[in-house]
Design a protein around this ligand. Structure first.
Ligand SMILES: [Fe+2]
Length: 361
C-alpha cells in the first residue's frame, strides 16, 4: 500500500493489461501510480500534476513514445523517463536515451529487471538533481562573495571620497550633502527604495573622478582657461572608468557618476546627452549637486545665498535641469532656511562674480 508521501509514477501504455502489470509491480514497491492510455492523455495528466517518474511504451497510436518523451523532457526536464520497447526496437530505445530517457526495458520483461531499472533510474535522477543544486549553491556562494568584494571595494572608495573632501575645505561634506539632497528629492518623486539606494550611492561617489584631476587646476583661484576647464570636466569619465568594474550590477549608479554634468538641452558633459536620454536618477543628482555647488564657497567664487541658488535652479528648469526634479527639490525642502548648506571655514582669495555657466561643482 503506497504511503501518503509516496513518489508518484505515471505508466503510459495503450494496452490496459501491460499497464496493470507495471502498476501492480510499482505499487508493490511503494509508488503511487497513475495511468494513461495514450501520449496525449499522459501529457494532459502531466500538465495537471507533473510526476517525477514516467514509464512509457514506445509504440502507441496517435502519439508515439518518442514524441511523448520529447515533450516531457522539454517541459518537465526533472522527470525520469523509462521507455518500454520491443526487442526489435532497441535502436529506437538508444535514440530515446540520447533524447534524455534515463533507461529502457525490453519486452518481454522480467519484473525483477523492471524493478532494478526503475531504482537505478531514480538513483540517477537523484544524483543529477543533487549535483545541480550543489552547483547552484556554489554559484550562489561565488556570486555572494563577488558582491561582498565589490561592496568592500565600494566602501573603500566611499571612505576615499570622504578623506579627499576632508582634506579640501572647499568641498568638505559635499558628497554627503548631495546624497542627502538627492535622496530627499527621490523620495519626493515617489521613487522605489531600490532606486533611492542607487541614487544615494551614485551621489556619494559622483565626483570620485576628481582624483585624476590636477589639484593646481582644481584649486585655481581665478578664472579657468578653456583647457583647464576641459581638464576638470574629464572627472565624470575618470570616475566612470574607476567604478566601471565595481558597478557592473549597478549601471544606473555608474550613469550618475558619468553623466552628472549633462544638461537637459544637450549642452552638458561628457556625452552631450539630451532630455530623456539622461536617466532620471542622474537628473535628480544633477539638481542636488548643482545646488550644493552653488551654495558652497569655491576658490574662484563666493557661495551663493540659498535664495539665489534656488533662483538659479528655477531659471535653468527645462534647459539645464529636469523641471520635475527642481519641483521635487523645492517641495522636499519647504523651509529653505533649514537647509544643511555648506558652512565653509575658508574664504576665497579672490571674489570674482559668480560663474554659474562655468560651474565646476
Ligand atoms: Fe562633478
Amino acid at each position: 500500500m503506497p504511503q501518503p508521501n509516496a513518489m508518484r509514477c505515471l505508466v503510459v501504455d495503450d494496452e490496459p493489461r501491460l499497464r496493470r502489470v507495471l502498476v501492480r509491480l510499482l505499487e508493490g514497491e511503494g509508488f503511487l501510480c497513475v495511468e494513461a492510455g495514450s501520449g496525449t492523455e499522459a501529457l494532459e495528466m502531466m500538465r495537471q500534476e507533473p510526476v517525477p517518474l514516467v514509464i512509457s511504451d514506445l509504440r502507441m497510436p496517435q502519439m508515439d513514445g518518442v514524441t511523448l518523451l520529447r515533450e516531457i523532457i522539454a517541459h518537465w526536464p526533472d522527470t525520469a523517463v523509462i521507455v518500454v520497447t520491443a526487442v526489435a526496437e532497441v535502436e529506437s530505445a538508444v535514440a530515446c536515451l540520447q533524447l534524455g530517457a534515463l533507461d529502457y526495458v525490453a519486452k518481454p520483461f522480467h519484473l525483477d529487471e523492471v524493478r532494478a531499472r526503475v531504482m537505478q533510474a531514480l538513483d540517477k535522477r537523484r544524483l543529477i538533481l543533487e549535483n545541480r543544486s550543489y552547483h547552484e549553491l556554489l554559484e550562489q556562494r561565488v556570486q555572494e562573495q563577488a558582491r561582498r568584494i565589490e561592496e568592500l571595494s565600494l566602501e573603500r572608495l566611499q571612505a576615499l571620497v570622504h578623506f579627499l573632501e576632508e582634506k579640501d575645505p572647499y568641498t568638505r561634506g559635499h558628497s554627503v550633502r548631495v546624497g542627502n539632497y538627492a535622496t530627499a528629492v527621490a523620495r519626493e518623486l515617489g521613487l522605489t527604495p531600490q532606486v533611492i539606494d542607487t541614487i544615494a550611492l551614485g551621489a556619494e561617489l559622483h565626483d570620485i573622478g576628481k582624483i585624476g584631476v590636477s589639484e593646481t587646476v582644481l584649486h585655481k583661484p581665478g578664472k579657468l582657461t578653456e583647457s583647464e576647464y576641459r581638464h576638470i570636466m574629464e572627472h565624470p569619465i575618470i570616475g566612470a572608468r574607476i567604478l566601471g568594474p565595481l558597478m557592473r550590477d549597478a549601471p544606473p549608479a555608474l550613469a550618475i557618476v558619468r553623466s552628472h554634468h549633462e544638461r537637459l538641452d544637450g549642452k552638458g558633459f561628457p556625452d552631450g546627452l539630451k532630455g530623456d536620454a539622461i536617466p532620471l536618477e542622474v537628473r535628480v543628482v544633477t539638481v542636488a549637486d548643482s545646488f550644493d555647488a552653488m551654495t558652497s564657497v569655491r576658490p574662484y567664487r563666493p557661495a551663493l545665498s540659498v535664495q539665489s541658488a534656488i533662483r538659479e535652479l528655477e531659471d535653468a528648469r527645462g534647459a539645464q535641469f529636469d523641471p520635475r526634479a527642481v519641483e521635487a527639490f523645492l517641495a522636499a525642502f519647504p523651509d529653505m532656511t533649514a537647509l544643511p548648506v555648506a558652512t565653509p571655514d575658508v574664504r576665497p582669495l579672490h571674489l570674482p562674480p559668480p560663474a554659474v555657466e562655468l560651474r565646476r561643482t
